[in-house]
Design a protein around this ligand. Structure first.
Ligand code: 13P
Ligand code: SF4
Length: 365
């Protein structure tokens, strides 16, 4: 018999240290039945409890492979949806705080994408000429749209390969929601700015002329991550003036000018691995979220590596930070008591089509 669900209010006032102890105890009790997955941007007081960590691509593989009953996802909403879609129907994905969303993912929604698709149909045959590509930072119904329309999902670590796959299917790509990831990878494939116009979803016909649409290879949805827009090329310039031997590494959600001025560009996992494998006593400027940068600054100090955050401003993923020790303790202790709180459950039909687009990605990666 299940005990009554524990209310979150009981946890709100708990000290972090108390939560940490209770999380450890709950994890011990649950044993292999629960696995905690955490994205690299997760705050340290939550990240320390993770069983599995990674970037979005790695976490997708891990979610598909684990056989735990409960996948407690310390990340944002779309990540927990992917865990639900890729795990077996009996497994349960949990997001400890339902308000942990991704503001960039929210910049595209199904109504707007379908509207854009209909507008494009006035000029071309989208089903024959356009592959829809959604960044994994998007709601499940957009992944489902891509599954249904011959499209695919990409992450920050495989976007180049996914674009190549997409161009092998059809001559153009509608890329949503992150214009910067699309632009950077299109640029690396040799496309010019004219071949990658921005599709402004709030304007009729994306704000483009029929001529611009016909010439386009990638239509870039006008979305962005506000965290990564805080990094600017002048931050890199200043660093290079002060430290001519320093090395610059950025996430592809940064704008084109920042990516162009960086020595390396890649996913969160790539950033960590590149610095981990670098020579000792090197100095780095890193353009991605602060929790990750703070963690690796400490981790690589013993190797004499000096790691600097790119922006003078604090740039954190404030929505991911909503997963705090209080919410994690609450979700786990409820599981111990036999109650499931904050389950993420993608409707079956949507999940089926989204899985098609995700599986296309996993087989291309
Ligand atoms: P990664 O897949 O590189 O971890 O990126 C996810 C993300 O949301 C970056 O802002
Ligand atoms: Fe979304 Fe930006 Fe947070 Fe990544 S850092 S999860 S893109 S809001």
């Amino acid at each position: 018999m299940h005990a009554e669900a524990l209310e979150f209010d009981l946890y709100n006032q708990l000290q972090d240290e108390t939560c940490a102890q209770r999380i450890i105890t709950a994890k011990k009790t649950l044993g292999k039945r629960a696995v905690i997955l955490a994205h690299h941007y997760q705050r340290a007081d939550v990240y320390q409890h993770a069983d599995l960590t990674g970037d979005s691509l790695k976490l997708s593989y891990l979610a598909a492979q684990t056989d735990a009953d409960y996948l407690v996802f310390c990340g944002v909403h779309f990540m927990a949806e992917v865990a639900d879609i890729l795990s077996s129907p009996a497994q349960i994905a949990i997001l400890p705080d339902m308000s942990a969303g991704c503001s960039m993912a929210d910049m595209a929604n199904l109504a707007k994408v379908e509207h854009s698709w209909r507008e494009l149909a006035e000029i071309l045959e989208p089903e024959e000429t356009i592959t829809p590509v959604t960044y994994i930072n998007s709601a499940a119904d957009l992944k489902s749209f891509c599954g249904e329309h011959g499209g695919i999902v990409c992450t920050s670590s495989n976007a180049g390969k996914i674009l190549q796959w997409s161009f092998n299917q059809r001559e153009k790509v509608l890329f949503f929601p992150d214009q910067h990831l699309g632009r950077w990878n299109g640029y690396k494939l040799g496309l010019s700015p004219e071949e990658m116009p921005v599709w402004d979803f709030d304007e009729p016909m994306g704000g483009l002329t029929p001529e611009q649409i016909r010439k386009a290879k990638i239509l870039l949805w006008k979305g962005y991550c506000s965290v990564h827009q805080m990094f600017q090329p002048q931050h890199i310039q200043r660093f290079r003036e002060q430290h001519p031997d320093g090395i610059v590494i950025s996430h592809p959600e940064c704008n084109y000018e920042v990516c162009e001025a960086s020595d390396y560009v890649g996913s969160t996992e790539y950033i960590i691995n590149t610095i981990a494998n670098a020579k000792p006593n090197t100095r780095w400027l890193v353009g991605t979220e602060l929790n990750l940068v703070s963690r690796i600054t400490e981790e690589f100090k013993p190797q004499g590596k000096i790691i600097q955050f790119m922006s003078p401003m604090v740039c954190m993923c404030s929505t991911m930070a909503r997963i705090d020790p209080q919410h994690l303790a609450w979700a786990l202790e409820n599981l111990v008591n036999g109650n499931i709180v904050n389950q993420i459950q993608v409707p079956e039909d949507e999940a089926k089509k989204a899985k098609l687009a995700l599986n296309r990605m996993l087989s291309v990666s």
